[in-house]
Design a protein around this ligand. Structure first.
Ligand code: FES
Ligand code: FES
Length: 159
């Protein structure tokens, strides 16, 4: 079955079953391998992308449910204001360890910052609780989100 999906601002025609997870389409059909496979069951957050600016788990999102919504992946998140600030903060605070979970972490953090320019600890915990890091980078992730929020506040740009 053929679908047209909009990913990172570009429309792509894909010929897959309608219950094919978006993650498979991104990685295996479109070759966008920045989004990672972790659990395949919506439990780890490694596969997080944005659907109309909301963080979702692409491993449990059938491509047939996307319709005209816009998908944003780690490959393009740096083109958004919040994504650029989050990525800058990740570098400034040297968040990454092995890196496997980090595209998902960045996508969840970017969605949070785009919707809440001054997240407190509880906001951060709520937004990030579904993103697992086996390397335990949680403390640096929280500090980096606060760092990004401060830089957004300094310029008055949150999204
Ligand atoms: S791979 Fe999607 S939540 Fe784990
Ligand atoms: S940095 Fe290794 S799993 Fe998160």
């Amino acid at each position: 079955m053929a679908f047209t999906i909009k990913v990172n601002g570009t429309e792509h025609r894909v010929d897959v079953d309608d219950d094919t997870p978006l993650l498979w389409v991104l990685r295996d059909v479109l070759g966008m391998t920045g989004t990672k496979f972790g659990c395949g069951m919506g439990l780890c957050g490694a596969c997080t992308v944005h659907l109309d600016r909301v963080a979702i788990r692409s491993c449990v999102t059938p491509v047939g449910t996307i319709g005209r919504a816009s998908v944003t992946t780690i490959e393009a998140i740096g083109a958004t204001n919040a994504g650029r600030r989050i990525q800058r903060a990740w570098l400034d605070l040297e968040v990454v360890q092995c890196g496997y979970c980090q595209s998902g972490q960045i996508m969840s953090a970017s969605a949070l910052l785009a919707n809440n320019s001054r997240p407190n600890d509880s906001d951060i915990d709520n937004a990030m609780s579904g993103n697992i890091c086996r390397c335990g980078t949680y403390v640096r992730i929280r500090e980096a989100i606060k760092h990004a929020a401060k830089s957004a506040a300094a310029t008055g740009k949150g999204s």
